[in-house]
Design a protein around this ligand. Structure first.
Ligand SMILES: [Zn+2]
Length: 456
């Protein structure tokens, strides 16, 4: 089998990737807090981990990879936006989730296997918090529950910091109920006008960090393969996730490999509203920049280096893609990617080298390998994906069932059934695309109709 090497933040080394279970390679990536359109920086981890998802599917088989990316749909920023706009929290989160899926879809990102919403897992969070208290890793104080960082000796190992460094470097919220300034919130009280759930510590809502620990535990188990996110999440978010999960489930190791993408710059500067260089993915799409062009520009830079978005690069990507599409369109769908490109991708996602290989293939006029290689990294979606030539299969019954389940879930906010149906379809080799327009099911190369039987 192809050997994949990934840089592991935890060990600070590039390591041979060997999944705990090759039949079910498991990856968790921190998803967005849904109160506004995704800006270009938010899109970078989506594309980076989509490339990894595609590579894992290529190597282990599409039915053997489970990718979880959450939606944080309970957060003070969401509450503030609802109050400002005089709309309900549900309206804001629903709308933002739709925007997000549409915009990331335009970048050619496959939907993850599961997209849990934090609010559907509050029960699991409360149970995990109670367990942490029982094990002596957390304490309740004044309606809050805090994680006691002193109780976990490995705290800081991921980012390589000591607690003293963190206190010095971080803007720590000092609160009288904290035993240690670094102790972080697992649960906080909610006033009547804010979303809240009943708990042993009174009506309240979860802290941000516990969400990912609880959802990863529920969907992937106490040990899984890869945890990803932007470098800005390494501390404190990921450090806190590790502390919570390893203390609640000392039998598991949480994630084996930690991967972090570097930040995004615009024309050499940090993107900020005050510099006037802040824009969303939707802004670019509306300006006529195709999603594939945005994706191409992202792929030009290795994920562990800061990526500079420039108008020049976008123009260059546009011109190159036009040439490549014209050539690749001459090849039938479903062609194999070049071995050089696969090897480059297996070397800690060297997407820059994959694009160089595409240039070589284009120069050599190798339409088939170019098409396969572009599609390996999620380019050339517009021309119809590789499995478009697969035999026509009637999946209307399954798509009706999924659409009905989604409609119900929009009302109940419980997406368990939707997630279950999607997972079953993906396991049968069916690509699931959900958008405002409806549900589209497309059989992939590994589609196995027998696995659809008994799907409920
Ligand atoms: Zn997270």
């Amino acid at each position: 089998m192809t050997t994949i090497k990934l840089h592991n933040t935890k060990t600070r080394r590039k390591e041979v990737f060997s999944p705990l279970n090759p039949d079910n390679v498991r990856m968790y990536v921190c998803g967005p807090t849904v109160y506004d359109r995704a800006h270009l920086g938010n899109a970078r981890p989506v594309v980076v981990f989509d490339v990894l998802f595609r590579l894992l599917r290529h190597v282990y088989g599409p039915g053997h990879v489970t990718y979880v990316r959450n939606f944080t749909d309970v957060d003070d920023k969401i509450n503030a936006k609802a109050a400002d706009s005089k709309r309900t929290i549900g309206e804001i989160t629903e709308e933002t989730i739709r925007w997000y899926l549409d915009d990331m879809g335009a970048l050619g990102a496959l939907e993850p296997t599961h997209m849990p919403r934090a609010t559907a897992y509050v029960g699991a969070m409360i149970a995990m918090i109670a367990d942490l208290i029982a094990k002596g890793h957390a304490y309740a104080a004044e309606g809050h529950v805090l994680f006691a960082v002193d109780s976990y000796s490995n705290y800081g190992a991921l980012s390589g910091r000591t607690v003293e460094d963190m206190i010095a470097g971080a803007r720590v919220e000092i609160a009288p109920y904290k035993r240690n300034p670094m102790d972080f919130v697992l649960w906080k009280p909610s006033s009547d006008d804010l979303p809240g759930w009943d708990s042993p510590w009174g009506r309240g809502r979860p802290g941000w960090h516990i969400e990912c620990s609880a959802m990863a535990q529920e969907l992937l188990g106490a040990s899984f393969d890869i945890h990803g996110g932007g470098i800005d999440l390494q501390f404190p978010h990921h450090e806190n996730e590790i502390a919570q999960s390893c203390c609640a489930h000392p039998e598991g190791g949480f994630a084996s490999v930690w991967m972090h993408n570097e930040m995004l710059l615009v024309e050499g500067r940090k993107m900020s509203k005050s510099l006037g260089n802040f824009f969303t993915v939707r802004d670019l799409l509306d300006q006529g920049v195709p999603g594939e062009v945005i994706r191409y520009v992202f792929l030009m830079t290795h994920y562990r280096k800061p990526m500079d978005w420039t108008a020049d690069k976008a123009a260059q990507a546009d011109a190159t893609l036009r040439k490549w599409y014209a050539l690749a369109a001459q090849a039938p769908d479903g062609t194999a990617p070049s071995q050089t490109a696969i090897e480059a991708l297996c070397d800690d996602l060297n997407t820059h080298a994959v694009l160089s290989e595409c240039h070589q293939l284009a120069l050599a006029g190798d339409a088939a390998a170019l098409r396969g290689t572009m599609q390996l990294v999620g380019l050339m979606q517009a021309e119809g994906p590789a499995w478009a030539a697969a035999p026509v299969v009637d999946l209307s019954a399954q798509s009706d069932r999924l659409a009905a389940a989604r409609d119900t879930a929009m009302q109940t906010k419980d997406f368990t059934q939707v997630d279950r149906l999607k997972a079953a379809l993906l396991a049968a080799g069916v690509e699931v695309r959900m958008s405002k327009a409806g549900v589209e099911l497309v059989p992939g190369p590994d589609f196995d109709p027998a696995r659809l039987e008994g799907l409920e």
